[in-house]
Design a binder for this molecule. Sequence first.
Ligand SMILES: [Zn+2]
Length: 138
Amino acid sequence: MGASVLSKLEKCPGCGDTIADHSVSLLASMVIVREDKRRLHAFFDALKCRRWTELLASQDWEGGEDEVELYGIRCNGDRVTLVVVRSPFELLASDEIIGVEVLTQEESRDLLALVDEEKWKAVARDYGWVRNAERDVD
Ligand SMILES: [Zn+2]
């Protein structure tokens, strides 16, 4: 799970406020199969064309494989920023943000209509990024 890499963003690309005040959802994930890039291409194609239903249906959990994970960061005003994370299988390799896209108000609304409210987790409460930052200061 590459959610912690999102804390590297510090500021939300959508609104410029601190990420800690936002909620986050893992919207989709896709295993990277080296021998077969077709599914990965389809994944990015769906992302580019805003085919949300197709994207949200993509929930691969292979274990032992590299993955691409799609996160949504949701602002107070219900604007969504999509973050694509490459999550390597190797334990010591770190997750990497490979794409950030701020959705328009309309795109955000379409997407939010398809995602259950309970799938959005408060960054500060559920991921503890704020607490971690405080611990670093000690
Ligand atoms: Zn924001």
